[in-house]
Structures are given as structure tokens and as C-alpha cells.
Ligand binder design. Sequence first.
Ligand code: IMP
Length: 199
Amino acid sequence: MTKKRATPSSKNTAGLRPEESVRVLITDARVKARLKQLAREIRRDFPTEPLHLISVLKGSVFFLTDLARELGGEVSFDFLSVSSYGHGTDSTGEVKLIKDLDVSIEGKTVIVVEDILDTGLTLKYLLRFFEEKKPKHLRVVVLLDKVERRIADVRADYTGFVIPNEFVVGYGLDFDERYRNLPDVCVLQFASRGKAKSA
Ligand code: IMP
């Protein structure tokens, strides 16, 4: 008997609205495999250092928790929140601090854990903000990088996947707070408007 192939849609898509659809870009299995490699790269650079992971809420939460479990050694977390997007898929270009860090990062080896690098404006703001607080080392790991969208002159030290200029949801990433719980990274598409564009 021939085995049925998996459909190219993400699991748990029951909450989809009629005008919206998702197409899997990166499966959860590929994400998990890449995280193991990223963790190895980071630990190669900092084999024995305690690592202080800082996640930008809320899109990076799954990324941080999965990555942290691959890192081994001494790891601590903190979270901050900024707003760079309003509703929908378009950037306002503004970055505002909504929730500050809970503990000082002075003298610590800090790894900023970001879900996606788009224009780079958020990361540029964050790096300036963190550098003023005098960490021992400051590195950035991003799961996804839309290289062609970059405006600010910033780059990640560790990158999961370079992706095309499409609006993605799932694995923590949202569209108006929805779709974060999709296990795969998916492209969001609108039936009436064609592709959702982040440009
Ligand atoms: P940047 O400042 O333009 O680099 O944007 C960074 C933030 O915008 C990310 O942390 C996300 O919250 C959001 N963002 C950018 N592109 C996407 C996307 O394709 N899907 C969901 N959120 C996105």
C-alpha cells in the first residue's frame, strides 16, 4: 500500500478565517533540527560561559524555550517587550519600549533571541539599548532573516533561515495576535488580496 503524503498545510489550522490561508515554509522538524545546530555554534563560541538569553516578546518565546533546552550549561532568561508593528503586516518604523528587563545585564554574556529580522530597525534600537548597559559580550541569534527588507545596518551573529520577502506566521509569529500556535513557520495568504505583503 502506498503511504499518503502529508498535505502542504500546517497542523492545527482550525482557527483559520475563510479569507486567509497558510502555506508551510519551514516545518517544525526543520526548525528543531536547525536549533540544535545554532545551539552548537553558540556553545562553540562560549563553551563554559553562563549565557543570559533575552527574548523579545512575544514572537520569540517558542524560539527561546526550544533553543535554551539545546544549549546546555548555565543559562538564564529575561524578557522585554517593544512595539515595532501596529495591526496587520506593515511596519510603523517606530520602536517603543513597553516592558524593560527585570535584571541587570552588566558583565553578562547576553544572547538576544529574536524571531525575525525584517527592516532591522527593532534590532538596531535594541543593540543600542543593551550596549549602554555594559554586558561582557552581546550577540544576536535570529530564527528568520528577510535579508532583502533590511533598512538598518545590522546583522545577526547566528541565523536560522534566510527567507524571502513574505509575511510569515506560526512558531510564535503572529498576524494581529493570531497564528502564533501553528507549529510550522508558514506564509500567510489572503484570498481576496493575494499574498500578505510586509512591504
Ligand atoms: P523589524 O524592526 O522590521 O526588523 O521587525 C522586527 C519585528 O517585526 C519582528 O520581531 C516581528 O515582531 C515583526 N515582523 C517582521 N516581519 C514579520 C513577519 O513576516 N511576520 C510576523 N511578524 C513580523
